[in-house]
Write a protein that binds this ligand. Sequence first.
Ligand code: PBG
Length: 329
Amino acid sequence: MITGKFPNLRLRRSRKNDWSRRLIEENNITPNDFILPIFLIEGKNKKQAIKSMPGVYRYSLDKISLVVDKAIKLGIPMVALFPYTQKNKKDSLGSEALNENNLVCRAVQLIKKKFKNQIGVMCDVALDPYTSHGHDGLINSNHVANDSTIEVLINQSLLQAQMGCDVIAPSDMMDGRIGKIRKALDKNGYYMTQILSYAVKYASSFYGPFRDAVGSKGVLIGDKKNYQMDYRNSNEALREVALDIKEGADMVMVKPGLPYLDIIKLVKENFKIPVLAYQVSGEYSILSNGINKRLIDKSVILESLISFKRSGANAIISYYADRLDKILK
Ligand code: PBG
């Protein structure tokens, strides 16, 4: 594989000038590679800072057109919606997930009505923004129940599809939910609604700031290790992906991102399917706080984003996506 020998071969020759570096670049990144997450909150005229994620905000519905409009102008193909749920709307069953008037439902309708197919809308399927215990599913004798949770997730997916959601993204990690959701979508005529499976989602402490953003910080009882993956494992990631492909997933996600580039590469090389990476809240927070405190230069953002592409990711969910004009220039 490796040919040539010093001093005939000098790899620094091709690195000397910018034009030459550009000429032989192996990877690049464009706005097409991004999904912008948007946090939603009740109320009017709100742009509320999220303390643990400097530069990220929760928006009331009357403000999201501006955010989506900017995303479209930047050339971003899709936004992902996440609701901040007030305490009084949470219960042990996560009932608010099935309220056709909840924040996500209203936001999807609004965006699709106004922007049609200029941009895709993706919605998380999981109960954690809505449960009083902070778990992604229903609790049965101190354990997150698999099969009964799926029944609720099916209804949550159908509701989102009905509202106009383009991509249903189950992030709950229950076994078998992709197949059941696909079947229910098809049966109800939503056979063109895509499924992005969070097939490989690790039980991670990098999600900390997100839980603050959606209002489930301090709410979570215990941890999510009995459904999210063990970060010591990678073969198991392939089993998760293989199952979800068979069940009908159109795309799969690996999450978190930066500490799991090996998994992205492994999944891509084994299955040759669209693989998405999630640069999660903790990663965002570390980079942004490091930059704000002048510990590192802001060019770490582009460096870390390119690393996702290098590892084989087709696209990246990133909280930086709304500032791509500055980051990619
Ligand atoms: C909920 C969900 C989580 C994230 C996305 N969807 C948190 C969790 O599983 O606890 C995390 C995203 C982030 O940290 O940016 N199922």
